[in-house]
Design a binder for this molecule. Sequence first.
Ligand SMILES: *Cc1c(COP(=O)(O)O)cnc(C)c1O
Length: 223
Amino acid sequence: MQTAQKIAELKNELPSGVKLVAVSKTKPPEKILEVFQTGHTVFGENKVQELVTKYEVLPKDIEWHMIGHLQRNKVKYIAPFVNLIHGVDSLKLLKEINKEGEKNNRIIACLLQIKIGKEDTKYGLSQQEAEVLLSSDEYNAMNNISIQGVMGMATFTQDEGIVRSEFQKLNSIFKSIGKKYFSNSDKFKELSMGMSNDYKIAIEEGATIVRIGSMIFGERIYI
Ligand SMILES: *Cc1c(COP(=O)(O)O)cnc(C)c1O
């Protein structure tokens, strides 16, 4: 019952406007069910195959978020049920999501991933690239996706000053994109940032969604 207790404490601590995505990657369905039974329904996975497998065996009222890097050829597997795709980092990927949304007769909610961290491995668009995407005719013709905000990952460092300034940068990009491209829409409102190590800073800097794994489920063991 340790996991259930952890999530209860965490939810108590989060401000009411902040949505918690419980990141369950590498953890077995039984663990997810344990958390689900406490009343928490939002879970995040970063691998398509794992997400699909868990979707199939777990209760259908779970809200599934795809938080990892998504390859275009795998969009079709999650398009029928995914609730939010956090990591959209190209127009090509968005086109594929739109196509699969159309096939499934759904509007798929997405966040644009913005690169704020220093690691080369971190995916994401620059502000300028995001703006090019949002200005394109192709994007403007899409009817089966809905961009609801941005997502980012801070540099993995103990230096809180760096993390805070990266979150501030993401929030300022979020605001400026919102003003420029979504001024007549109330949908663009999500700022997804903050994980186990830095969610407190993320919330102070305006996060509306935090993605927390190891703090709830314990350290991940990769084999
Ligand atoms: C794994 C992961 C998380 C959660 O990380 P923790 O440190 O376990 O909280 C959040 N966001 C993304 C994109 C992840 O891949």
